[in-house]
Design a protein around this ligand. Sequence first.
Ligand SMILES: *Cc1c(COP(=O)(O)O)cnc(C)c1O
Length: 375
Amino acid sequence: MPRIYLSAPDIGQAELNNVLEAFSTNWIAPVGPHIEAFEKEFAIAVGSPHAVALSSGTAALHLALRLAGVGAGDEVLCSSLTFVASAAPITYLGAKPVFIDSEEQSWNIDPAIVTDVIERKAKAGRAPKALVLVHLYGQSADINPIKACCDKHGVKLIEDAAEALGATYHDKAPGSIGLAGIHSFNGNKIITTSGGGMLVTADAELARQARFLATQARDAAPHYQHSTIGYNYRLSNVCAGIGRGQLSQLKQKVARRRAHFDAYATAFKNIPGITMQPEAPWGKSTRWLTCLLVDPKKAKVAREDLRLGLEKLDIESRPIWKPLHQQPIFSGTEYCGRGVSDKLFEQGLCVPSGSGMSDADRAKVIDGMLQMLTK
Ligand SMILES: *Cc1c(COP(=O)(O)O)cnc(C)c1O
C-alpha cells in the first residue's frame, strides 16, 4: 500500500497537454504565451486587476514588501501562527518582524491585538511600515477591521494568501483586498505548478514594477543597463502551462478538500477531546488542510501519539505551524499575544487532505485515528 500524504499534487491531462504545447512551440523559458494567459486567467479568478507570475510565493512576498517601501530598520507586523516564508522576506529587506497572536474563530491574526499594536505604535510616532496578513489553512482572516486600521495609519497591507486560493471573504477573494496579495503554487498547495507564485494587485504601477524587479531590473535600452538591483523571479512558461490546467479545476479541488473535512468532522463528531478547526462566519474556507485539535485532558491519546500512530500506518500527518515567536531564529523578536497560537500549536494536527486522495484512503486514515481515539 503506498504512503498517504498530507497534500500530494493532483495533476490532470490539461496540464500535460499544456506542457507538450510548450515543448512543441519551443517556449521553454521564463517568457511565453502560457505565462500571459495564466496571469490573465488568475486575475479573473481572484477578481484582481493585475497578476504577476513568479518563481515562488516567497519571491512574490519579497517583491510586495519591497514595493510597499519596506526597508532596513522598518517594523513589519506579521501573523505568528504561519509558515516561516510569511516572515523571511521581511528579514531579506533588513526590516524587523513583530509577531501577532491568533484569535480562536479562524486561527488567523487577532484583529483586536493587531489594531491595538498599530494604534500604540502610531501614537508613539513609529507606525509599522506594513502588515503581512496571513490567511491560514485555506481560511480568510477578518480583513475589514484590520484594513481600516492600516489605512488610518498608513500601514501597507500585504496579504499572504498562499494557502487560501479559492476561499472567500464576504464576496471577495482574500489576497485581492490589500495593497498586494501573494499566492503559492508549491507542490503541496491547492493548485501547483511544481513550484511558483503569483503577486496580485489593483495597482498597475506596482504590477509593472514587480515585473521589472523580477527580471533583473533591466532599464529600457538596447544594451543591458541597470539603475537598481533586481532579482531573477519570473515563472517558467512550462510551469505556467501546468498552472493553467490546475486553475481550470480550482472549484472541483476546493469542493474535494471540503468533502474531506466534512468526512473527518462527521467521523469525529462524538469523540471526546477532538475539535475541528472552526469556519468563521465571514467567508468560506477551502479547507486546504483539515486541521483539528486534540485536547490531552479529554482525548484518549495526545496529539503526538496520534501523529506517531498514523506514521506507523504509513500515513503522513503534521503538527500545525509552530508559531514564529517560538522559532529559534526569531528569539528575542517582539511578540504580542495571549497564548492562543501556543495552544493551537500544542494541540493542532493536520491530516491528509489532498484533492487527489481517494475515499478509500480517507477511510483508512479515519479508521486508523478512530482505533486510537476509542481503544
Ligand atoms: C507556502 C507558503 C508560502 C510560500 O510559498 P512558496 O511558493 O513555497 O515560496 C508563504 N506563506 C504561506 C502561509 C505558505 O503556506
